[in-house]
Ligand binder design. Sequence first.
Ligand code: SAH
Length: 446
Amino acid sequence: MTDQPCPIRVLTSRTFQRAPSKVRSPFSSSESRGEYHGSMVRTTAVSDSVLKVGISRRGAERLKHGHVWVYRSDVTSADFIPPGSLVTVCDPRGKILGTALYSASSQIAIRMISREPVADFAALLRQRIVDAISYRERVVHNTDAYRLIFSEADFLPGLIVDRYNDILSTQVLTQAMDAAPVRDVMISTLSERLNPASIVERIDPKIRQLEQLPPRASGLLVGEKASTIVTMNGVQFHFDALEGQKTGAFLDQRENYAAAAEYAHGEALDVFCYQGGFSLHLAPHCSQMTAVDSSRPALEIANKNAVLNQSLIRQGLGKNEIEWIEANAFDLLKDYAAAGREYDTIVLDPPAFAKTKRDLDSALRGYKELNLRALKMLRPGGILVTCSCSYHASQADFLEVLGTAAIDAHRRLRLTELRSQAKDHPTLLNVPETSYLKCVISSVYR
Ligand code: SAH
Protein backbone atom coordinates (compact mmCIF):
# COMPACT_ATOMS: atom_id res chain seq x y z
CA MET A 1 0.00 0.00 0.00
CA THR A 2 1.43 3.38 -0.89
CA ASP A 3 0.97 6.63 0.96
CA GLN A 4 -0.18 8.44 -2.15
CA PRO A 5 -2.92 6.45 -3.88
CA CYS A 6 -3.94 9.43 -5.92
CA PRO A 7 -1.82 12.54 -6.43
CA ILE A 8 -3.47 15.85 -5.64
CA ARG A 9 -4.13 17.78 -8.81
CA VAL A 10 -3.85 21.55 -8.89
CA LEU A 11 -6.62 22.72 -11.14
CA THR A 12 -6.04 26.41 -11.38
CA SER A 13 -3.46 28.94 -10.36
CA ARG A 14 -6.07 31.66 -9.94
CA THR A 15 -5.91 33.21 -6.50
CA PHE A 16 -8.37 31.84 -4.00
CA GLN A 17 -11.23 34.07 -3.03
CA ARG A 18 -11.70 32.82 0.48
CA ALA A 19 -9.26 31.85 3.15
CA PRO A 20 -9.66 28.41 4.71
CA SER A 21 -11.96 28.54 7.68
CA LYS A 22 -10.44 27.98 11.07
CA VAL A 23 -12.79 27.36 13.96
CA ARG A 24 -16.37 27.38 12.92
CA SER A 25 -17.94 27.93 16.23
CA PRO A 26 -20.21 30.92 16.61
CA PHE A 27 -18.63 31.49 19.99
CA SER A 28 -15.22 32.32 18.59
CA SER A 29 -13.72 35.58 17.37
CA SER A 30 -16.79 36.88 15.56
CA GLU A 31 -18.65 37.46 18.78
CA SER A 32 -15.77 38.94 20.75
CA ARG A 33 -15.90 42.30 19.13
CA GLY A 34 -14.11 44.12 21.93
CA GLU A 35 -11.37 46.49 20.86
CA TYR A 36 -7.83 45.46 21.60
CA HIS A 37 -5.90 48.33 23.13
CA GLY A 38 -2.58 46.60 23.47
CA SER A 39 -2.61 46.09 27.23
CA MET A 40 -2.90 42.56 28.54
CA VAL A 41 -5.03 41.61 31.50
CA ARG A 42 -4.44 39.00 34.14
CA THR A 43 -7.56 37.13 35.01
CA THR A 44 -8.42 36.85 38.64
CA ALA A 45 -8.77 33.69 40.60
CA VAL A 46 -12.53 33.22 40.44
CA SER A 47 -13.73 32.50 43.94
CA ASP A 48 -17.11 33.88 44.95
CA SER A 49 -19.69 36.21 43.49
CA VAL A 50 -19.62 39.19 45.84
CA LEU A 51 -18.78 41.59 43.01
CA LYS A 52 -21.86 43.31 41.59
CA VAL A 53 -22.56 44.39 38.02
CA GLY A 54 -25.59 46.52 37.24
CA ILE A 55 -27.38 46.16 33.92
CA SER A 56 -29.99 48.23 32.10
CA ARG A 57 -33.65 47.35 31.69
CA ARG A 58 -32.92 46.22 28.13
CA GLY A 59 -30.19 43.89 29.44
CA ALA A 60 -32.52 42.53 32.11
CA GLU A 61 -35.26 41.94 29.50
CA ARG A 62 -32.79 39.97 27.42
CA LEU A 63 -32.07 37.68 30.37
CA LYS A 64 -35.77 37.41 31.15
CA HIS A 65 -36.31 36.12 27.62
CA GLY A 66 -33.87 33.30 28.23
CA HIS A 67 -30.67 34.62 26.70
CA VAL A 68 -27.45 34.37 28.70
CA TRP A 69 -25.50 37.33 27.31
CA VAL A 70 -25.56 40.99 28.24
CA TYR A 71 -23.71 43.38 25.95
CA ARG A 72 -21.37 46.06 27.27
CA SER A 73 -23.79 48.77 26.15
CA ASP A 74 -26.30 47.38 28.67
CA VAL A 75 -23.88 47.33 31.59
CA THR A 76 -24.63 50.33 33.81
CA SER A 77 -22.10 49.74 36.57
CA ALA A 78 -19.03 47.54 36.71
CA ASP A 79 -16.52 49.58 38.62
CA PHE A 80 -13.30 47.93 39.76
CA ILE A 81 -14.40 44.51 38.52
CA PRO A 82 -11.31 42.48 37.66
CA PRO A 83 -11.39 40.78 34.22
CA GLY A 84 -12.81 37.27 34.31
CA SER A 85 -14.56 37.69 37.65
CA LEU A 86 -17.58 35.79 38.86
CA VAL A 87 -20.18 38.53 39.42
CA THR A 88 -23.68 39.00 40.76
CA VAL A 89 -25.91 40.63 38.15
CA CYS A 90 -28.51 43.21 39.28
CA ASP A 91 -31.31 44.96 37.39
CA PRO A 92 -31.81 48.76 37.61
CA ARG A 93 -33.82 48.32 40.84
CA GLY A 94 -31.05 46.30 42.45
CA LYS A 95 -32.88 42.98 42.10
CA ILE A 96 -30.44 40.08 41.79
CA LEU A 97 -30.83 38.24 38.47
CA GLY A 98 -28.15 35.62 38.95
CA THR A 99 -24.45 34.92 38.64
CA ALA A 100 -22.30 35.56 35.59
CA LEU A 101 -18.78 35.51 34.22
CA TYR A 102 -17.50 38.99 33.44
CA SER A 103 -15.28 40.02 30.55
CA ALA A 104 -13.61 43.41 30.74
CA SER A 105 -12.88 43.57 27.01
CA SER A 106 -15.45 41.64 24.97
CA GLN A 107 -18.63 43.34 23.76
CA ILE A 108 -20.33 40.42 25.48
CA ALA A 109 -19.58 41.68 28.98
CA ILE A 110 -21.78 39.22 30.87
CA ARG A 111 -22.29 35.51 30.32
CA MET A 112 -24.74 34.09 32.83
CA ILE A 113 -23.66 30.92 34.54
CA SER A 114 -26.53 30.51 37.00
CA ARG A 115 -29.84 32.11 37.94
CA GLU A 116 -28.85 31.45 41.58
CA PRO A 117 -26.06 32.72 43.82
CA VAL A 118 -22.96 30.56 43.40
CA ALA A 119 -21.23 29.68 46.66
CA ASP A 120 -18.71 27.19 45.30
CA PHE A 121 -17.75 27.96 41.72
CA ALA A 122 -15.26 25.09 41.43
CA ALA A 123 -17.96 22.59 42.44
CA LEU A 124 -20.39 24.08 39.91
CA LEU A 125 -17.80 23.82 37.12
CA ARG A 126 -17.04 20.24 38.03
CA GLN A 127 -20.75 19.32 38.00
CA ARG A 128 -21.31 21.01 34.63
CA ILE A 129 -18.39 19.11 33.09
CA VAL A 130 -19.69 15.81 34.50
CA ASP A 131 -23.19 16.62 33.14
CA ALA A 132 -21.76 17.44 29.69
CA ILE A 133 -19.97 14.09 29.62
CA SER A 134 -23.06 12.12 30.66
CA TYR A 135 -25.22 13.95 28.07
CA ARG A 136 -22.82 12.70 25.37
CA GLU A 137 -23.03 9.17 26.75
CA ARG A 138 -26.75 9.29 25.97
CA VAL A 139 -26.80 11.03 22.58
CA VAL A 140 -23.52 10.17 20.86
CA HIS A 141 -23.17 6.81 19.14
CA ASN A 142 -20.84 5.13 16.72
CA THR A 143 -17.90 7.51 17.11
CA ASP A 144 -14.89 8.22 19.28
CA ALA A 145 -14.67 11.81 18.04
CA TYR A 146 -17.23 14.36 19.22
CA ARG A 147 -17.65 17.63 21.07
CA LEU A 148 -17.69 17.05 24.82
CA ILE A 149 -18.31 20.63 25.95
CA PHE A 150 -19.97 23.23 23.77
CA SER A 151 -19.68 26.49 25.65
CA GLU A 152 -23.08 28.15 26.38
CA ALA A 153 -24.95 25.04 25.21
CA ASP A 154 -23.38 23.12 28.10
CA PHE A 155 -23.76 26.02 30.53
CA LEU A 156 -19.99 26.54 30.45
CA PRO A 157 -19.70 29.76 28.45
CA GLY A 158 -16.27 30.23 26.87
CA LEU A 159 -15.12 26.61 27.07
CA ILE A 160 -14.94 24.11 24.24
CA VAL A 161 -13.63 20.57 24.60
CA ASP A 162 -13.52 18.03 21.79
CA ARG A 163 -12.70 14.38 22.16
CA TYR A 164 -10.58 12.74 19.47
CA ASN A 165 -10.33 9.12 20.59
CA ASP A 166 -7.80 9.24 23.45
CA ILE A 167 -6.87 12.92 23.01
CA LEU A 168 -8.92 15.81 24.37
CA SER A 169 -8.59 19.14 22.63
CA THR A 170 -9.64 22.26 24.53
CA GLN A 171 -10.24 25.86 23.60
CA VAL A 172 -10.63 28.71 26.04
CA LEU A 173 -12.53 31.67 24.63
CA THR A 174 -12.97 34.06 27.55
CA GLN A 175 -11.11 35.71 30.42
CA ALA A 176 -13.03 33.77 33.06
CA MET A 177 -12.29 30.38 31.53
CA ASP A 178 -8.61 31.33 31.22
CA ALA A 179 -8.20 31.83 34.98
CA ALA A 180 -5.78 29.33 36.52
CA PRO A 181 -8.25 27.86 39.07
CA VAL A 182 -10.79 27.26 36.29
CA ARG A 183 -8.18 25.55 34.14
CA ASP A 184 -7.22 23.37 37.11
CA VAL A 185 -10.81 22.22 37.66
CA MET A 186 -11.26 21.56 33.95
CA ILE A 187 -8.07 19.51 33.64
CA SER A 188 -8.58 17.52 36.83
CA THR A 189 -12.24 16.72 36.12
CA LEU A 190 -11.59 15.68 32.50
CA SER A 191 -8.59 13.57 33.58
CA GLU A 192 -10.49 11.83 36.39
CA ARG A 193 -13.58 11.11 34.32
CA LEU A 194 -12.06 10.20 30.97
CA ASN A 195 -8.44 9.28 31.64
CA PRO A 196 -7.22 10.63 28.27
CA ALA A 197 -3.73 9.91 26.92
CA SER A 198 -3.32 13.68 26.62
CA ILE A 199 -5.10 17.01 26.81
CA VAL A 200 -4.15 19.61 24.23
CA GLU A 201 -4.98 23.29 24.21
CA ARG A 202 -5.53 25.03 20.92
CA ILE A 203 -4.96 28.72 20.80
CA ASP A 204 -6.55 31.20 18.45
CA PRO A 205 -4.29 34.26 18.91
CA LYS A 206 -7.07 36.53 17.64
CA ILE A 207 -9.42 35.44 20.42
CA ARG A 208 -6.75 35.98 23.08
CA GLN A 209 -6.09 39.43 21.66
CA LEU A 210 -9.77 40.35 21.71
CA GLU A 211 -10.06 39.13 25.29
CA GLN A 212 -6.82 40.99 26.13
CA LEU A 213 -5.24 37.82 27.42
CA PRO A 214 -1.45 37.33 27.33
CA PRO A 215 -0.26 35.38 24.28
CA ARG A 216 0.05 31.60 24.71
CA ALA A 217 1.10 28.85 22.33
CA SER A 218 -0.99 25.81 21.45
CA GLY A 219 0.40 22.80 23.26
CA LEU A 220 0.00 19.80 25.49
CA LEU A 221 -1.50 20.42 28.94
CA VAL A 222 -1.39 16.77 30.01
CA GLY A 223 0.50 13.80 28.53
CA GLU A 224 2.69 13.54 25.46
CA LYS A 225 0.47 12.14 22.74
CA ALA A 226 -0.39 14.61 19.98
CA SER A 227 -1.77 12.41 17.21
CA THR A 228 -4.21 9.56 16.95
CA ILE A 229 -6.74 7.91 14.65
CA VAL A 230 -10.45 8.47 15.19
CA THR A 231 -13.34 6.42 13.84
CA MET A 232 -16.75 7.94 13.11
CA ASN A 233 -19.53 5.96 11.46
CA GLY A 234 -16.93 3.27 10.70
CA VAL A 235 -14.73 5.70 8.74
CA GLN A 236 -11.22 6.41 10.02
CA PHE A 237 -9.43 9.76 10.12
CA HIS A 238 -5.96 10.88 11.11
CA PHE A 239 -5.99 13.50 13.83
CA ASP A 240 -2.98 15.61 14.63
CA ALA A 241 -3.65 17.94 17.52
CA LEU A 242 -0.73 20.28 17.03
CA GLU A 243 0.28 20.17 13.39
CA GLY A 244 -1.43 21.16 10.18
CA GLN A 245 -4.59 23.21 10.27
CA LYS A 246 -5.76 24.01 13.76
CA THR A 247 -9.33 22.95 13.37
CA GLY A 248 -9.06 19.19 13.66
CA ALA A 249 -12.22 17.80 12.17
CA PHE A 250 -15.59 19.37 11.53
CA LEU A 251 -17.28 17.24 14.16
CA ASP A 252 -20.53 19.18 13.75
CA GLN A 253 -21.07 17.36 10.40
CA ARG A 254 -20.66 13.85 11.78
CA GLU A 255 -24.35 12.89 11.64
CA ASN A 256 -24.76 14.65 8.29
CA TYR A 257 -22.00 12.48 6.77
CA ALA A 258 -23.98 9.38 7.70
CA ALA A 259 -27.28 10.88 6.46
CA ALA A 260 -25.79 11.99 3.13
CA ALA A 261 -24.23 8.54 2.64
CA GLU A 262 -27.74 7.04 2.61
CA TYR A 263 -28.67 8.89 -0.58
CA ALA A 264 -25.32 9.31 -2.36
CA HIS A 265 -24.91 7.48 -5.64
CA GLY A 266 -23.25 7.56 -9.05
CA GLU A 267 -20.67 10.19 -9.91
CA ALA A 268 -20.07 12.51 -6.97
CA LEU A 269 -18.41 15.85 -6.37
CA ASP A 270 -17.47 17.00 -2.83
CA VAL A 271 -16.86 20.75 -2.88
CA PHE A 272 -14.93 22.25 0.09
CA CYS A 273 -13.86 18.75 1.09
CA TYR A 274 -11.21 19.67 3.75
CA GLN A 275 -9.78 16.35 5.00
CA GLY A 276 -12.41 14.29 3.21
CA GLY A 277 -15.25 14.07 5.77
CA PHE A 278 -18.04 13.78 3.19
CA SER A 279 -15.96 12.19 0.41
CA LEU A 280 -14.82 9.27 2.54
CA HIS A 281 -18.31 8.61 3.88
CA LEU A 282 -19.95 8.83 0.44
CA ALA A 283 -17.32 7.03 -1.66
CA PRO A 284 -18.47 3.49 -0.69
CA HIS A 285 -21.86 4.33 -2.26
CA CYS A 286 -20.58 6.09 -5.40
CA SER A 287 -18.91 4.98 -8.60
CA GLN A 288 -16.68 8.06 -8.84
CA MET A 289 -15.66 10.73 -6.35
CA THR A 290 -13.98 14.05 -7.04
CA ALA A 291 -13.19 16.25 -4.04
CA VAL A 292 -12.11 19.88 -4.12
CA ASP A 293 -10.51 22.24 -1.62
CA SER A 294 -8.19 25.23 -1.79
CA SER A 295 -6.03 24.01 1.10
CA ARG A 296 -3.19 21.75 0.08
CA PRO A 297 -2.36 20.65 3.67
CA ALA A 298 -6.01 19.60 4.13
CA LEU A 299 -5.92 17.62 0.88
CA GLU A 300 -2.72 15.88 1.88
CA ILE A 301 -4.40 14.61 5.04
CA ALA A 302 -7.51 13.72 3.02
CA ASN A 303 -5.29 11.63 0.80
CA LYS A 304 -3.79 9.83 3.81
CA ASN A 305 -7.31 9.27 5.15
CA ALA A 306 -8.22 7.64 1.84
CA VAL A 307 -5.34 5.17 2.34
CA LEU A 308 -6.69 4.34 5.82
CA ASN A 309 -10.12 3.57 4.38
CA GLN A 310 -9.07 1.92 1.13
CA SER A 311 -11.09 -1.27 1.48
CA LEU A 312 -14.23 0.66 2.44
CA ILE A 313 -13.85 3.07 -0.46
CA ARG A 314 -13.37 0.19 -2.93
CA GLN A 315 -16.87 -1.07 -2.10
CA GLY A 316 -18.13 1.77 -4.25
CA LEU A 317 -15.31 3.05 -6.37
CA GLY A 318 -13.81 -0.34 -7.25
CA LYS A 319 -10.44 0.37 -8.80
CA ASN A 320 -11.11 4.12 -8.97
CA GLU A 321 -9.45 6.37 -6.42
CA ILE A 322 -10.89 9.54 -4.96
CA GLU A 323 -9.64 12.39 -7.14
CA TRP A 324 -8.40 15.22 -4.89
CA ILE A 325 -8.22 18.63 -6.56
CA GLU A 326 -6.63 21.76 -5.16
CA ALA A 327 -8.65 24.62 -6.59
CA ASN A 328 -10.81 27.59 -5.91
CA ALA A 329 -14.27 26.03 -5.72
CA PHE A 330 -15.97 28.96 -7.43
CA ASP A 331 -13.63 28.76 -10.43
CA LEU A 332 -13.83 24.99 -10.58
CA LEU A 333 -17.64 24.90 -10.55
CA LYS A 334 -17.73 27.53 -13.28
CA ASP A 335 -15.22 25.65 -15.44
CA TYR A 336 -16.87 22.27 -14.92
CA ALA A 337 -20.36 23.65 -15.63
CA ALA A 338 -19.05 25.33 -18.81
CA ALA A 339 -17.48 22.01 -19.86
CA GLY A 340 -20.91 20.33 -19.49
CA ARG A 341 -19.90 17.99 -16.66
CA GLU A 342 -22.72 16.20 -14.87
CA TYR A 343 -22.99 14.52 -11.48
CA ASP A 344 -25.43 12.38 -9.51
CA THR A 345 -24.37 13.69 -6.09
CA ILE A 346 -22.88 17.07 -5.14
CA VAL A 347 -21.88 18.21 -1.64
CA LEU A 348 -21.35 21.91 -0.92
CA ASP A 349 -19.88 22.69 2.51
CA PRO A 350 -18.22 26.11 2.30
CA PRO A 351 -16.68 28.09 5.15
CA ALA A 352 -18.96 30.64 6.86
CA PHE A 353 -19.58 33.39 4.29
CA ALA A 354 -21.41 35.64 6.79
CA LYS A 355 -19.02 36.14 9.69
CA THR A 356 -20.98 39.23 10.77
CA LYS A 357 -24.52 40.48 10.16
CA ARG A 358 -23.11 43.06 7.75
CA ASP A 359 -21.82 40.27 5.46
CA LEU A 360 -25.26 38.70 5.10
CA ASP A 361 -26.22 40.04 1.65
CA SER A 362 -22.93 39.18 0.00
CA ALA A 363 -22.94 35.82 1.80
CA LEU A 364 -26.39 35.00 0.40
CA ARG A 365 -25.16 35.93 -3.08
CA GLY A 366 -22.21 33.55 -2.57
CA TYR A 367 -24.50 30.70 -1.47
CA LYS A 368 -26.78 31.36 -4.43
CA GLU A 369 -23.94 31.25 -6.94
CA LEU A 370 -22.56 27.99 -5.57
CA ASN A 371 -25.92 26.26 -5.40
CA LEU A 372 -26.98 27.50 -8.83
CA ARG A 373 -23.86 26.06 -10.43
CA ALA A 374 -24.23 22.76 -8.57
CA LEU A 375 -27.92 22.43 -9.48
CA LYS A 376 -27.14 22.90 -13.18
CA MET A 377 -24.67 20.01 -13.06
CA LEU A 378 -26.93 17.54 -11.28
CA ARG A 379 -28.64 14.87 -13.34
CA PRO A 380 -32.38 14.29 -12.78
CA GLY A 381 -32.86 12.44 -9.49
CA GLY A 382 -29.46 13.70 -8.37
CA ILE A 383 -28.72 14.53 -4.75
CA LEU A 384 -27.66 17.93 -3.51
CA VAL A 385 -26.20 18.08 0.00
CA THR A 386 -25.77 21.78 0.70
CA CYS A 387 -24.56 23.35 3.93
CA SER A 388 -24.14 26.73 5.55
CA CYS A 389 -22.34 27.24 8.85
CA SER A 390 -23.06 31.00 8.93
CA TYR A 391 -25.04 31.74 12.07
CA HIS A 392 -26.16 35.05 10.54
CA ALA A 393 -27.84 33.29 7.59
CA SER A 394 -30.90 31.62 9.09
CA GLN A 395 -32.39 28.38 7.84
CA ALA A 396 -35.19 30.45 6.26
CA ASP A 397 -32.64 32.69 4.46
CA PHE A 398 -30.76 29.65 3.25
CA LEU A 399 -33.87 27.88 1.95
CA GLU A 400 -34.97 31.06 0.18
CA VAL A 401 -31.61 31.31 -1.57
CA LEU A 402 -31.84 27.66 -2.52
CA GLY A 403 -35.34 28.25 -3.88
CA THR A 404 -34.27 31.15 -6.09
CA ALA A 405 -31.21 29.20 -7.26
CA ALA A 406 -33.54 26.34 -8.27
CA ILE A 407 -35.80 28.71 -10.22
CA ASP A 408 -32.84 30.29 -12.03
CA ALA A 409 -31.40 26.85 -12.79
CA HIS A 410 -34.81 25.66 -14.11
CA ARG A 411 -34.82 22.81 -11.62
CA ARG A 412 -37.30 21.52 -9.05
CA LEU A 413 -35.95 20.57 -5.67
CA ARG A 414 -37.56 18.03 -3.40
CA LEU A 415 -36.37 18.37 0.19
CA THR A 416 -35.40 15.05 1.72
CA GLU A 417 -33.90 16.20 5.03
CA LEU A 418 -33.48 19.53 6.77
CA ARG A 419 -30.62 18.94 9.14
CA SER A 420 -28.39 20.89 11.49
CA GLN A 421 -25.35 20.25 13.68
CA ALA A 422 -24.72 16.88 15.35
CA LYS A 423 -26.30 16.29 18.77
CA ASP A 424 -22.97 16.70 20.55
CA HIS A 425 -23.23 20.38 19.52
CA PRO A 426 -26.54 21.01 21.29
CA THR A 427 -28.75 23.99 20.62
CA LEU A 428 -30.01 25.98 23.57
CA LEU A 429 -33.48 27.32 22.91
CA ASN A 430 -33.61 31.12 23.38
CA VAL A 431 -29.87 31.34 22.70
CA PRO A 432 -30.01 31.37 18.90
CA GLU A 433 -26.22 31.66 18.58
CA THR A 434 -25.95 28.01 19.68
CA SER A 435 -27.59 26.93 16.41
CA TYR A 436 -25.57 27.73 13.31
CA LEU A 437 -25.22 24.77 10.93
CA LYS A 438 -27.70 24.09 8.15
CA CYS A 439 -27.47 20.94 6.01
CA VAL A 440 -30.16 20.50 3.39
CA ILE A 441 -30.36 17.20 1.53
CA SER A 442 -32.59 17.31 -1.53
CA SER A 443 -33.19 15.61 -4.85
CA VAL A 444 -33.20 17.55 -8.06
CA TYR A 445 -35.63 17.30 -10.97
CA ARG A 446 -35.89 19.10 -14.29
N1 SAH B 1 -16.66 19.51 4.30
C1 SAH B 1 -15.57 19.61 5.23
C2 SAH B 1 -15.49 20.94 5.95
C3 SAH B 1 -15.32 22.12 5.02
S1 SAH B 1 -14.76 23.53 5.85
C4 SAH B 1 -15.69 18.49 6.26
O1 SAH B 1 -16.78 17.98 6.45
O2 SAH B 1 -14.72 18.16 6.91
C5 SAH B 1 -14.50 24.62 4.54
C6 SAH B 1 -13.33 24.26 3.64
O3 SAH B 1 -13.37 25.19 2.56
C7 SAH B 1 -11.93 24.38 4.24
O4 SAH B 1 -11.29 23.14 4.09
C8 SAH B 1 -11.23 25.42 3.37
O5 SAH B 1 -9.89 25.07 3.08
C9 SAH B 1 -12.05 25.40 2.10
N2 SAH B 1 -12.10 26.63 1.28
C10 SAH B 1 -12.24 27.90 1.69
N3 SAH B 1 -12.35 28.73 0.63
C11 SAH B 1 -12.28 27.96 -0.48
C12 SAH B 1 -12.36 28.23 -1.89
N4 SAH B 1 -12.54 29.44 -2.37
N5 SAH B 1 -12.28 27.19 -2.73
C13 SAH B 1 -12.11 25.92 -2.27
N6 SAH B 1 -12.04 25.63 -0.96
C14 SAH B 1 -12.11 26.62 -0.07
